[in-house]
Design a protein around this ligand. Structure first.
Ligand code: XMP
Length: 561
């Protein structure tokens, strides 16, 4: 194993201002209190935030995270909190309005979750979405009933109110997306119907105190004007200025990291992926050489990947990086293994061992930095009925904090993936690093079908490199969620010149996707595919046939293993 220590200059730290940890820590604390679990990492006290915030109270809808996302797109900070969060936890966030989310319950059921009294008593604007609207109706004296006809899917909303601030810039009729089994039978006193659909005469309701209800879901893409409605709510109704920017976030985070870390030492597992790169850069801005990054080359990276990562972080940014070439360790453990899940398990375990070995050599370390994102945090704790306190661990370093008793430093845990990319841009990271396609933690091991060997990895790397070059040259790279080669375990007969060949079958996988939950195979031009196939067969020894994977997810998955 080769271990290289690279010494950095100290980066000048920036001046900083406020706080940002309270929201999610609040969420976690509440979730933990409910589940009786102990907090994994002690949260430090935070000073009151001056930033304006919209609070989404979570009643369990699967779209809740999207609400927060849409509000943030309007440059207003937004957090998702359990529906019964006490006011003391909300007040320091400087709330400018509430959004009550959708949810699976029925308001007329016994013990149905409802909004806390402060939602109606603080005289802040309120927007109820679907279940949230029904909760408002019930709590303010209206009637909700089970509908004999469940309304699911598209509907056309017609606006009947004149000059409602909620509908600014909206056409008179617009498609909306419904998903509800209950309906409003009687509005609460003082409320008016502001818009209707064919099946819902009260598709939107509101009163003079800026309390609104929407029967449909404005947060999903199937409601094309939904984003405008949410923007209207936060800007026109709540009066938010929309001053939440990445520049602010950088300054606030740097302040926060400095406060949290003090004179402590931080380690970070740098993979060269977007999240770990952004985490490292942000922390480095805050505390300079108190941060050490450990970059483990597991021998399963793509061509030039390790060199490029080291160049950016060592040469350009001057970080403390320990580079560990652990190729042999990983490949020895993967010998003879063909089961994909076993490959993943071995790679995860070995990573932890190598990381621990290196970390121990550093002496006393106080914090482990991780690239946990907001969806990870929310997914772990958000369900109303099934609150779990387990924080999803970064898949590469899961288990480390418990074994090494390190405190966690997770500066991205309020951000969505695309916000992390914007942050990377703001921090000046190279575009190819910030906007790169996702690469799985287990690397080429799950793209090398069957046993992983050095020889097969070299063949796969060569083919993948050609594909990536051609995709980039044809300007497809950023349009695709992922594009890569798979080296199958199949060999087939070919003819080259006058000779018979018996070589590997390579597959090209290129998909479009929003979030990797579903994906479609990319309709790449035949000419591009022909060029890639030609080059691979001609330039890569060992491959004599190339196929294009034309299956979507589902029923397939993006990776082959
Ligand atoms: P699938 O193959 O499940 O992949 O459709 C969905 C997304 O997840 C990535 N992926 C992984 N990422 N560790 C990771 O860090 C893994 O074990 C893993 N398996 C799949 C995959 O590249 C795609 O973006």
């Amino acid at each position: 194993m080769v271990r290289k220590k690279i010494n950095p200059p100290l980066e000048k730290s920036h001046r900083i201002t406020t706080t940002d940890d309270i929201e999610v820590s609040t969420y976690l604390e509440i979730a933990k209190e409910k589940s009786g679990a102990q907090p994994a990492a002690k949260e430090e006290a935070v000073s009151p935030a001056k930033r304006e915030a919209i609070i989404v109270l979570d009643f369990g809808s699967q779209y809740n995270m999207l609400i927060a996302r849409r509000v943030r797109e309007a440059h207003v900070y937004c957090v998702l909190l359990p529906h019964d969060t006490p006011w003391e936890k909300i007040e320091p966030l400087n709330p400018k309005g509430f959004i009550l989310s959708g949810g699976p319950a029925s308001v007329y059921e016994e013990n149905a979750p409802l909004a806390p009294a402060y939602v109606y008593e603080k005289h802040l604007p309120v927007l109820g979405i679907c279940y949230g609207m029904q909760a408002i109706t019930k709590q303010l004296g209206g009637k909700v009933a089970h509908s004999t006809k469940r309304e699911y899917g598209h509907a056309i909303m017609h606006i009947s109110a004149e000059n409602s601030p909620l509908f600014a810039k909206l056409p008179e009729s617009t498609p909306v997306w419904m998903s509800h089994g209950d309906k409003i039978e009687e509005m609460p006193p003082g409320f008016k119907a502001l818009a209707y659909t064919e099946n819902s005469p009260m598709a939107v309701i509101g009163n003079k105190n800026n309390i609104y209800g929407l029967q449909f879901h404005p947060e999903v893409v199937h409601t094309p004007e939904g984003k405008t409605i949410l923007q209207n709510f936060v800007h026109n109704v709540c009066g938010c200025k929309g001053n939440w920017t990445m520049g602010n976030f950088v300054n606030e985070s740097i302040e926060r990291i400095k406060e949290q870390v003090g004179k402590g030492k931080v380690i970070n597992a740098l993979s060269g992926g977007v999240d770990s790169s952004v985490v490292a850069t942000l922390i480095h801005r805050a505390i300079g050489d108190q941060l050490t990054c450990i970059f483990v080359n597991n021998g399963l990276l793509r061509r030039e990947e390790a060199d490029r990562t080291l160049k950016v972080f060592n040469n350009n940014l001057g970080m403390n990086i320990i580079y560990v070439d652990a190729t042999d360790r990983f490949l020895n453990r993967l010998k003879g293994v063909i089961d994909p899940e076993q490959k993943r398990k071995i790679i995860g375990e070995e990573f932890i061992r190598v990381f621990e070995d290196e970390a121990k050599k550093l002496g006393e370390v106080d914090f482990l930095a991780q690239g946990t994102l907001y969806p990870d945090v929310i997914e772990s704790v958000s369900s109303v009925s099934n609150v779990s306190a387990t924080i999803k661990s970064h898949h590469n370093v899961g288990g480390l904090p418990a074994r090494m008793t390190l405190k966690l430093l997770e500066p991205l845990r309020f951000l969505f993936k695309d916000e992390v990319r914007l942050l990377g841009d703001e921090l000046g990271l190279p575009e190819e690093m910030v906007w790169r396609q996702p690469f799985p933690g287990p690397g080429l091991a799950i793209r090398c079908i069957g046993e992983v060997t050095k020889e097969k990895l070299e063949i796969l790397r060569a083919a993948d490199f050609i594909l990536m070059n051609e995709i980039k040259k044809a300007n497809y790279y950023h349009q695709l969620w992922q594009s890569f080669c798979v080296l199958t375990d199949v060999r087939s007969v070919g003819v080259m010149g006058d000779f018979r060949t018996y070589g590997y079958l390579a597959a090209i996988r290129a998909v479009t996707s929003e979030d990797a939950m579903t994906a479609d195979w990319a309709r790449l031009p035949y000419d591009l595919l022909a060029r890639v196939s030609n080059r691979i067969v001609n330039e890569v020894d060992g491959i004599n046939r190339v196929v294009y994977d034309i299956t979507s997810k589902p029923p397939s998955t993006i990776e082959w293993e």
